[in-house]
Design a protein around this ligand. Structure first.
Ligand code: ATP
Length: 364
């Protein structure tokens, strides 16, 4: 089903020119962002970039200094958290230790004065939604970390909020549980159609779960886009380097189709966007350092294998390619016939459309 472009009434959460300062430090610097109804959005960025502050501002837990927030047509900018419409899950599970799982999940509804029977029914419904129907009688300490976080999720959803806010909900869990639970959260979000914002510093997590990713850096938005757009078409050197692995080397634009890294010349479509002589950073994804094969267009470089890092379905291979340090990531299938060894030689191909160029910092 093709989806029309976002229209005005598609907007569920509209953040306009939001600024937040802590003393003289600007944690959020003129942030504007629109989130669509039913969308799963991740705030992604390094530690201290402001993603948690932005989530807390949406919740009313961190009042902004400037700017407005409109949720579902209602200006909530000045409302306290209790009068906003969201459920929230924190990194630390934050369950009430002296209450059963059932009472934890029903807490918000009980606080709203709902009848005991209603609260219990709804809590059981939510617990089965997160796969914990048979654990209702336990106390939080009797559950694993992953189970506790599912209880926290059920608790956040029990009040049927219009917006689900997730503040690094998976980062305290071990790797396997994390990957499993994130798939569950995604499936649940789809099923409920609830507009969701999740903070994470884990780019793989953001790429796998989000409809759109908001990449943040130093209190500002660097790029907003689908996982594919952010990964394949990064709009800044920061995004290129932060999301996914990247070979990154300083170079100079030669002409509209060529960039030079030292004495090495590469065909690069992106060169057309720069004047000759421009100082650029040349970025190439490891999976775009391809093994030579007939019919593959691009710049061919003779390379020496410097090491082999076996990672299961792919192998990471640090190379010296025409004197340049380049890392390739090759799938099993590509290596079957080749079996490279440290010290061995091979030829790599860099396709002109896979060579990304950015203005070099400080020289743009
Ligand atoms: P992390 O992943 O480490 O949580 P983050 O991107 O979520 O990082 P924030 O928690 O939003 O970052 O913090 C953004 C900046 O604002 C940081 O430099 C932080 O030190 C600062 N900051 C956050 N809360 C406060 C506060 N209450 N008082 C002073 N400074 C704060």
């Amino acid at each position: 089903v093709s989806r029309p472009e976002a229209s005005a009434d598609d907007s569920y959460l509209a953040i306009r020119r939001l600024t937040k300062r802590f003393g003289t430090f600007t944690a959020l610097d003129d942030i504007s962002l629109t989130i669509r109804r039913g969308e799963f959005v991740c705030f992604l960025g390094p530690s201290g970039c402001g993603k948690t502050t932005l989530l807390r501002a949406i919740a009313g837990l961190e009042p902004q200094d400037e700017g407005t927030i409109v949720q579902d047509g209602r200006d909530i900018s000045a409302l306290p958290p209790s009068r906003r419409d969201f459920g929230i899950v924190f990194q630390s599970y934050a369950l009430f230790p002296n209450m059963t799982v059932l009472a934890n999940v029903g807490y918000g509804l009980a606080a709203q004065g709902k009848s005991r029977a209603f609260v219990e029914n709804r809590a059981r419904e939510l617990l089965s939604l997160v796969g914990l129907a048979d654990q209702w009688w336990k106390y939080p300490a009797q559950l694993s970390g992953g189970q506790q976080q599912r209880v926290a999720l059920a608790r956040a959803l029990a009040i049927s909020p219009g917006l689900l806010l997730l503040d690094e909900p998976l980062s305290a869990l071990d790797a396997l549980v994390r990957v499993h639970l994130r798939a569950e959260i995604k499936a649940l979000q789809r099923r409920l159609g609830i507009t969701t914002v999740m903070v994470t510093h884990d780019q793989e997590e953001a790429l796998s779960i989000a409809d759109r990713i908001v990449v943040m850096n130093r209190g500002r938005i660097e790029q907003v886009g689908t996982p594919d757009a952010v990964y394949r078409r990064p709009e800044s050197l920061f995004v290129a380097g932060f999301v996914g692995r990247m070979n990154s080397l300083p170079g100079t634009v030669v002409d509209s189709s060529t960039v030079a890294i030292g004495a090495v010349r590469l065909a690069a479509e992106a060169a057309a966007r720069f004047p000759s002589g421009a100082a650029v950073q040349v970025c190439i994804r490891p999976e775009d350092v391809q093994l030579d094969r007939p019919g593959l267009a691009g710049t061919r470089l003779a390379a020496t294998v410097r090491g082999l890092e076996y990672l299961g379905s792919i192998t990471r291979i640090p190379l010296e390619a025409a004197g340049l340090p380049l890392t390739a990531e090759l799938p099993d299938t590509a290596l079957r016939s080749l079996a490279p060894e440290p010290g061995g030689s091979l030829t790599v191909v860099l396709s002109p459309d896979r060579v990304l160029l950015f203005p070099r910092p400080g020289e743009a």
